[in-house]
Design a protein around this ligand. Sequence first.
Ligand code: NAD
Ligand code: UFG
Length: 333
Amino acid sequence: MNVLLTGGAGFIGSHAAAMLAEAGHYVVIVDNLSNSDASVLRRLERVCGHPLPFVEGDIRDSALMRSTMKQHGVQSVMHFAGLKAVGESNEKPLDYYSNNVQGTISLLQAMDQCDVRQLVFSSSATVYGQPQYLPLDEAHPTSATNPYGRTKLHIEEMLRDVAASSAQWRFVCLRYFNPVGAHSSGLLGEAPRGTPNNLMPYVAQVAVGTRAHLNVWGDDYDTPDGTGVRDYIHVMDLVEGHLAALNFLQDNAGWSAINLGTGTGYSVLDMVKAFEQASQRAVPYSIKPRRQGDVASCYANPQLALNKLGWRATRSLQDMCDSAWAWQSNVGK
Ligand code: NAD
Ligand code: UFG
């Protein structure tokens, strides 16, 4: 199948590109490189053994999206492009609405004009807001606590309306939990710009010596060791979930929202310990006050993904840390 990956030069999109190419799909990437750089395309070429078509541009440019879809005979879209920093979204909400919501509208309009009506969307567990019960299943009420989360909710709802308007449209919204880890080649991984907001890239930078120590945001939560618990999922498991969703779309019209998580929660200190083991390096940390907006625990009920997509995560915490370290200590540093 010919698949367009918006945001395909980013962390998750680049792993999806490698996995789809390996599975025999034709992949074309559109990315404006606002949070990635062109070197990933050279590394993808090494991983895939051939260059992947790449168009540098913005998903809000409908004319460019139309010409790209026509030129490459696109049949289906995986939509990763978007801004994703929660803190920044409070400071620059319009950038988030423009990139994420307006960007998705432009993309859908271009798709409609090109008769491409299948899309897998990068949603997030953030749409569950403050958990009312655990594990989180897809029936849990949705809400948002920041502009980033609200863009994901708006997009999910917009896709549902579009799906309801015509049986031609097919959408799967994949609600990611906490993607970590890297490609087994060591050539693809997470390379955040500036100070990492997320735990694992920060831990990896401490282990490699780029940063002196980790700040652990709170050790007084109602969790086994007092630190926050999350559902960390290997990025390769996550992208395999996308392939399963793409296959699902071939036989199923309409709209679905499906969790991609493992169902297991690990604490911040569990993650530090596992990363120390993988890297054989110390990760010094100090306990700091809670980070505003954080919840104690967040983990998935992944049953619907198994029932609908026939997918479940198989890689271990050790795989996540080993692969992240191989990346961080080589290309990613
Ligand atoms: P990323 O920033 O590494 O990748 C996103 C890519 O999209 C970047 O390469 C960026 O340059 C590109 N991009 C952004 N705006 C664009 C635009 N208007 N036009 C074209 N390209 C644009 O992020 P990621 O971690 O790979 O996340 C991918 C998607 O998954 C995002 O939509 C994100 O919100 C979602 N998500 C990520 C996480 C996570 O923890 N990484 C969790 C839940 C959901
Ligand atoms: N943490 C630290 N120190 C750090 C960074 C994080 O102690 O330097 C802790 C947090 O307090 C939390 C845990 O590590 O307990 C995980 O934090 P992350 O920032 O890595 O992840 P979050 O669960 O807060 O959020 C991430 C994405 C969101 C997404 C959510 C669910 O940033 O956009 O996962 O997918 F919505």
